[in-house]
Write a protein that binds this ligand. Structure first.
Ligand code: NDP
Length: 255
């Protein structure tokens, strides 16, 4: 709808799933979108094709998150991508969406798995923001994709759930720091959404699908666009007076 024309956005994990839907929506609203991915270059190119076919503008940024130097790699790729297409440096909207999660309870999580999930889901967004602060323009947006599991106890993914709790505290605290620059910082929390991360237990399994749908008051499983539309609002000028919040986008799960 053109409301983000002239803005630049970076969406981490935009090759697939919710991140792709966010990238498509922000591009449809007029933003130039940096499509970050970890390893699936084919999927990242598909996201970019979908954006350009619809008349939008996008470029790819590669960085494996959860490794030493990940934030520096990401921003170097971002800066280079802007240069290559002749766009001005800097950005207006950062969406920290990339994450990993294992279905494991307190008895089963290994120290290595614990470190890995915190490295990708917490450490990476923290240092992406730290390294990005001088690139994000005043009046900008930082949006962290959290999860309904910070409100609804879900012991099956305890370590993953804890990373999202840390991310919410990051949103709250950072919002206070960046208010002076009119930058809003918020979390958006999806419920169960039909993406690759749930493919093995959810897709092609009618019983699991019905169970997952029943979490929501609308009795259906979320689609990536359900989340992207909420992110687009938080990214828009209309959301200028909302900061430090966790916006529940779980389709009214467990009300
Ligand atoms: P997907 O698994 O479908 O996609 C994950 C994306 O993140 C991919 O683009 C992937 O890149 C990227 N990524 C993952 N790990 C890394 C890494 N180490 N380095 C770089 N990139 C990485 O996830 P969803 O779309 O389902 O989830 C998106 C967000 O929504 C996450 O924060 C998740 O926690 C949250 N969420 C999801 C829910 C759901 O039910 N789906 C529920 C609640 C929250 P590549 O393609 O290159 O692998």
């Amino acid at each position: 709808n053109g409301s983000l024309t002239g803005r630049t956005a970076l969406v981490t994990g935009a090759s697939r799933g919710i991140g792709r839907a966010i990238a498509l929506r922000l591009a449809a609203d007029g933003a130039l979108v940096a499509v970050h991915y970890g390893s699936n270059v084919t999927a990242a190119k598909e996201t970019i094709e979908l954006i350009t076919e619809a008349g939008g503008r996008a470029f790819a940024v590669h960085a494996e998150l959860g490794r030493p130097g990940d934030a520096a790699t990401l921003w170097a790729g971002f800066d280079a991508g802007l240069r290559d297409i002749g766009a001005a440096p800097g950005l207006d909207i950062l969406v920290n969406n990339a994450a990993i999660g294992r279905s494991k309870g307190i008895d089963a999580v290994t120290p290595e798995e614990f470190d890995a999930v915190f490295a990708v889901n917490v450490r990476a967004p923290f240092f992406i923001v730290q390294h990005g602060l001088d690139r994000i323009r005043d009046g900008g947006r930082i949006i962290n994709i959290s999860s309904g599991v910070t409100r609804i106890a879900y012991p099956e993914t305890i370590a993953y759930s804890m990373t999202k709790g840390a991310l919410d505290t990051f949103s709250l605290t950072l919002a206070k720091v960046l208010g002076a620059r009119n930058i809003t910082v918020n979390s958006v929390s999806p419920g169960i959404v039909d993406t690759d991360v749930n493919a093995d237990w959810l897709r092609d399994n009618p019983d699991a699908w019905a169970h997952a749908a029943a979490y929501s008051t609308f009795n259906r499983v979320g689609e990536p666009a359900d989340i992207a539309d909420v992110v687009a609002f938080v990214a828009s000028a209309d959301a200028r007076w909302v900061s430090g919040q966790n916006i529940d986008a779980t389709g009214g799960s467990h009300l």
